[in-house]
Design a protein around this ligand. Structure first.
Ligand code: GLY
Length: 330
């Protein structure tokens, strides 16, 4: 197993660290589907936040060829990471208030294995580094320069993430804005993606450049397992977009999966997740949160605090942009 090799190769590993219990924890038995009691009925499907048609189409292409859900979500979100015109993910993302583009991403597989990178600079595909953290290290999260160094060791190339467009907008913002983050000054377009493959197994990925003009070092929900993304292969998965601070406070994606475990549909669970956030905020008119979820049966749901949120599904039935129900601020 790669984790074992990593520990052997570090030179600092002790016999205690290369313990069977540690490895055994990630070698779970095949999940039992507690909702449908059958994985026979399951058909591949991918869903993602917002109307990222090209990303969901890429993931669907992987699933259609018989690929697994983990590969599908990784390759799907990579489409947005590479798109310089998407200023909230990957290359072209808006920088922090100091002009540095810092990326957050996480990934989670059917066995509960997960990996994340936080505040990663100069790397075009944080989701792939997150996957490497999951598969090739004994850790779940790497941050900042440690994550960047790890990426180089894994063969990732140094890339300038700040495009001329994002630099121009940042310089403009500096002229007029207060030198502090303003909630939702930008429209969050974080991509979170969930997929079910032909075996009925679920994986998820989430990647973002985070809140525009954030304080240096700020991390949102997107790389936090349980907040920006959570998958339990027995139940389903959920992922978030919007102001990460609010999602972290309620461990939003974990909450939604637990609500589905208790019998709620993905739609009902997303609505409850949003309402928990609303309940903790006397003024929820100035920020946006959206959740999407999928259960083991392939049923989907999405809900947002503000109108205008959509999520995309791609399945045998074709691809569809689903305008989600929204909580209407009163
Ligand atoms: N949801 C993305 C962020 O808050 O960073």
């Amino acid at each position: 197993m790669k984790r074992r090799n990593f520990l052997k190769n570090t030179g600092t590993a002790t016999a205690g660290l290369i313990s069977v219990p540690l490895l055994g924890a990630c070698e779970k038995k095949k999940a039992v589907n507690t909702i449908t009691n059958s994985i026979e009925t399951i058909r591949p499907i991918v869903i993602c936040t917002w109307d990222f048609m090209n990303a969901s189409a890429k993931a669907w292409e992987v699933l259609q060829k018989g690929g697994n859900a983990l590969d599908a979500v990784e390759q799907g979100v990579m489409v947005e990471e590479a798109d310089v015109n998407n200023q909230t993910v990957g290359v072209g993302g808006r920088p922090d208030r100091d002009g540095n583009v810092t990326l957050d991403a996480c990934i989670m597989d059917k066995d509960g294995n997960c990996g994340a990178v936080l505040c990663l600079e100069n790397i075009a595909h944080p989701i792939s580094v997150a996957r490497k953290v999951m598969e090739d290290t004994p850790h779940v999260m790497l941050t900042g320069t440690g994550a960047e160094q790890f990426a180089y060791e894994q063969g990732f190339e140094k890339t300038n993430l700040l495009t001329e467009q994002s630099k121009k907008e940042w310089l403009e913002w500096k002229k007029t804005s207060r030198y502090e983050p303003i909630i939702n000054i930008e429209n969050h377009d974080t991509i979170g993606m969930l997929a079910i493959d032909k075996n009925g197994d679920i994986s998820g990925a989430c990647t973002t450049s985070g809140m525009a003009y954030k304080m240096a070092g700020r991390v949102g929900d997107s790389p936090i397992i349980g907040a920006g993304l959570f998958v339990d292969n027995e139940v389903g998965g959920a992922t978030a977009t919007g102001v990460g601070e609010e999602v972290v406070r309620t461990v939003g994606s974990f909450l939604i999966v637990e609500l589905m475990r208790q019998g709620k549909s993905p739609q009902e669970a997303c609505e409850e997740g949003v309402k928990r956030i609303i309940g903790k905020n006397s003024d929820h008119t100035d920020f946006q949160i959206g959740f999407i979820a999928i259960n083991k049966k392939g049923e989907t749901g999405g809900y947002c605090i503000q109108p205008g949120f959509t999520y995309r599904t791609y399945s045998q039935a074709g691809h569809k942009n689903n305008p989600s129900d929204s909580y209407i601020n009163s």
